[in-house]
Write a protein that binds this ligand. Structure first.
Ligand code: SF4
Length: 265
């Protein structure tokens, strides 16, 4: 049995995203501001996931008090991105399940209307994804990725008729929860990391994490909802530039999270 399925449209986006990342790195190294080189902004609508209680290895299972990203803060980021004519991807996940959120369709429509040059990317665990939801989603969303937990679930998902970009694969839970404390068994990597070109990870309270692995946002470089700086001014600060420059040079000693990281972005 296949362990993944990708339609042609998703393959197109996959290649486009890789191209954007490469191009972003090139322009950054030539001196362009980081905000002009990013390809995706992930706005985690909340810290809630319907599978958190059964996926004990997932950071969502340790989320603590419930949080949602306030609508006014989502609109702030969208308006800031509008000013720079952002043409990349907007997603609504980090360690939350976006289809759990009753605001999802409305927020996705708002983003689509206000950032017409951007794609909407939905990453879901697929629990609520049925044919009717797919039919409604594809009017707003450009591509969907689903982590399928179990072979039967993968078989069910592959049978869905989805005309936007669609990718589903058999999921597995890794040891990312212990990556902070250096107990990971992964081999220390010196491979360059393109984290901010891959995505800017905005947690529900506005913390910008280092990447998807920074689930506790312990290493957040700044909070985009506090203070009066625009989203672009926040990520154009010297902290972000220095951090990304070190990682591009292959220096993963920069913090414990990166030290223990085998991920290649
Ligand atoms: S090296 Fe790993 S932990 Fe550090 S930013 Fe890159 S992906 Fe994240």
């Amino acid at each position: 049995m296949d362990t993944a399925y990708m339609n042609e449209k998703f393959a197109y986006y996959h290649n486009l995203w890789e191209e954007r990342k490469r191009d972003g790195v090139r322009r950054f190294l030539e001196g362009a501001p980081l905000s002009a080189c990013i390809s995706r902004v992930s706005l985690a609508l909340s810290n809630m996931c319907n599978l958190a209680d059964i996926h004990k290895k997932c950071p969502a299972s340790t989320a603590g008090a419930k949080q949602i990203m306030k609508r006014k803060n989502i609109e702030k980021v969208v308006k800031d991105l509008q000013k720079v004519n952002f043409k990349g991807t907007i997603a609504f996940h980090l360690y939350n399940e976006p289809t759990n959120d009753p605001r999802l369709f409305d927020i996705a429509k708002y983003v689509k209307a206000n950032l017409p040059g951007a794609e909407i990317f939905l990453y879901t665990n697929g629990f609520y994804l049925c044919q009717d939801m797919c039919d409604e989603l594809e009017e707003i969303v450009d591509c969907i990725t689903v982590t399928a937990y179990g072979k039967k679930e993968l078989e069910r998902l592959i049978k869905l008729k989805v005309s936007c970009g669609f990718y589903t694969f058999l999921g597995n839970l890794d040891d990312r929860l212990i990556q902070y404390d250096g107990e990971s068994k992964d081999t220390l990597s010196k491979t360059p990391c393109r984290t901010f070109f891959d995505q800017i990870a905005v947690f529900p309270n506005g913390d910008i994490g280092l990447c998807c692995r920074d689930s506790k946002h312990e290493y957040s470089l700044e909070n985009v909802f506090q203070g009066r700086k625009s989203f672009n001014n926040v990520i154009d600060s010297s902290k972000f530039r220095k951090f990304q420059t070190e990682l591009l040079s292959g220096n993963r000693e920069i913090c414990d999270l990166c030290k223990n990281c085998e991920l290649i972005l």
